[in-house]
Design a protein around this ligand. Structure first.
Ligand SMILES: NC(=O)c1ccc[n+]([C@@H]2O[C@H](COP(=O)([O-])OP(=O)(O)OC[C@H]3O[C@@H](n4cnc5c(N)ncnc54)[C@H](O)[C@@H]3O)[C@@H](O)[C@H]2O)c1
Ligand SMILES: N[C@H](CO)Cc1c[nH]c[nH+]1
Ligand SMILES: [Zn+2]
Length: 441
């Protein structure tokens, strides 16, 4: 397809190279401006605003204040509506996600003897209340329910609550409810977008306030999290999906095209690049794309075409795999697939990527739904400093210190010296000889 965006890395000016790396989230000004009145309405009107926005923005006509929270009957109906095969896939995915996150969970506490008689360590305890945002719009996302619920349950958070947009029938996506129950989350509110973030940040008559919100979403959700960051912990930045398929000369370009389309189909604001040093891979990928589009639904062809023919996706041809890896690090993708017969050889060169999938049998889809690592990942270069959603996102960490009489003298000496230098007199007095006056024995 000649209209696919193909760029030769060595021919780009620094400005053109910077434009390739830019994501749709880079300019949120439109959404920030429009999300503020939504937040204000939720603050002022509570449930009434949630019902109004549900009807206006999600076309959920049947929604009322009384039906904002999912009931036991809703859960039962959801199980009766979802195919057994889908329930089985949800159970399979949740099993693997649980195994992964149980392995990942830190010990509740560690304590090390730092110096003779002086101990220090960390203790992890669950955050009291965390809201889980599960998107719905350009798709339904039982998988996001699995990815957000399981680490929260493994961490032992007492109050986990899902917020997710209602459909036109006024109901939550049935598979999302099935996934919530299998994962162990029972509180679900029918509210999405900016109004959902506002509801859990501020609280309404029905929706309980939470201390933190995690989970990905459209720019409406991302913008509201930013605006409410002083009221609720907004967690890692997870916006429109993005990926890089890094392919070398050992693979067929058709495979690269197939995997390039995975994240390109999320929405017109997604980003997806095939990065390679092989002209053959580029030619084969361009040849395969029309065939693959012929197999996809009209909506997904539309989204992925917009991405691959616009500014935020396509193919990057590098001079060498070293240059290709350098571009990946500069881009800091959410999902990275290393498509090669010798994928592990490139692993050491990659620093900035939130998820790194190796080889020809680990397409992004496998990790999105079933493998175990968390598919809620930082976007818009967040991978340069953040990692994937994890059990630790649901835990607060406290430092623990314990100094014995034996360890005290040398600690007190160093502390007093530095307290004097910094000019903090009570800090110094507390570790001076005066302390003995009040100590027993
Ligand atoms: N980073 C990750 O880990 C990850 C994982 C899964 C999905 N995603 C991304 O999450 C996003 C999901 O987006 P989505 O749209 O499907 O669902 P969403 O639930 O995030 O957004 C839909 C909501 O946005 C609000 N909205 C829509 N149009 C609006 C308007 N004109 N004015 C005010 N509010 C409006 C509505 O409340 C609606 O319920 C996609 O971009 C997808 O790529 C990211
Ligand atoms: N790719 C998304 C994370 O960016 C996860 C997902 C769920 N369903 C489909 N994809
Ligand atoms: Zn995906």
């Amino acid at each position: 397809m000649s209209d696919v965006n193909v760029q030769r890395l060595k021919e780009l000016s620094p400005e053109e190279r910077a434009a390739l790396v830019k994501r749709s989230e880079a300019d949120l000004s439109f959404f920030l401006e429009k999300a503020q009145p939504i937040i204000d309405a939720v603050r002022e009107e509570g449930d009434a605003a949630l019902v109004r926005f549900g009807r206006e923005l999600d076309n959920a006509e049947p929604l009322t204040k009384e039906t904002l929270q999912v009931t036991e009957e809703d859960f039962e109906e959801a199980f009766s509506r979802v195919d057994d095969e889908v329930i089985e896939a949800i159970r399979f995915g949740i099993g693997n996600i649980r195994t992964f996150h149980e392995e990942q969970a830190p010990e509740p506490m560690w304590l090390k003897e730092i110096r003779p008689g002086a101990f220090a360590g960390d203790r992890f305890t669950p955050i009291e209340s965390v809201a889980l945002y599960v998107p719905r719009g350009k798709g339904s996302f039982p998988s996001v329910t699995m990815m957000t619920s399981v680490p929260g349950v493994v961490a032992g958070v007492p109050h986990l609550a899902i917020v997710t947009p209602p459909g036109p029938d006024g109901k939550v996506d049935a598979a999302t409810l099935v996934a919530a129950r299998i994962a162990g989350v029972e509180t679900v509110y029918k509210v999405g977008g900016a109004q959902a973030v506002a509801a859990v940040a501020l609280g309404t008559e029905t929706v309980k306030k939470a201390q933190k919100i995690v989970g990905p979403g459209s720019p409406w959700v991302v913008a509201a999290k930013r605006l409410l960051a002083g009221v609720i912990d907004p967690g890692l930045p997870a916006g429109p999906s993005e990926s890089i398929i890094l392919a070398d000369d050992t693979v067929h370009g058709g495979l690269a095209a197939m995997d390039l389309l995975i994240e390109a189909e999320h929405g017109p604001d997604s980003s997806a690049w095939l990065v390679t040093d092989s002209e053959r891979v580029v030619e084969q990928a361009l040849e395969a794309l029309p065939t693959l589009w012929g197999e996809m639904t009209e909506q997904r062809v539309g989204f992925s075409r917009t991405v691959l023919t616009g500014q935020s996706g396509g193919i990057v041809l590098a001079e060498s795999m070293d240059d290709a890896c350098a571009f990946v690090n500069e881009y800091a993708p959410e999902h990275l697939e290393i498509l090669s017969e010798k994928a592990f050889e490139y692993l050491g060169e990659i620093t900035n990527a939130a998820e790194i999938l190796l080889g020809t049998h680990t397409p992004v889809s496998v990790a999105n739904f079933a493998l175990g690592p968390n598919a809620v990942l930082p976007t818009s270069m967040g991978a340069a400093t953040y990692g994937p959603l994890s059990v630790t996102d649901f835990l607060r960490r406290s430092s623990i210190g314990y100094v014995t009489a034996k360890g005290y003298p040398e600690m007190a000496k160093a502390a007093k010296t530095l307290a004097d230098y910094e000019g903090f007199s009570s800090h110094a007095i507390a570790v001076s000889d005066l302390r003995r006056t009040y100590l027993k024995g």
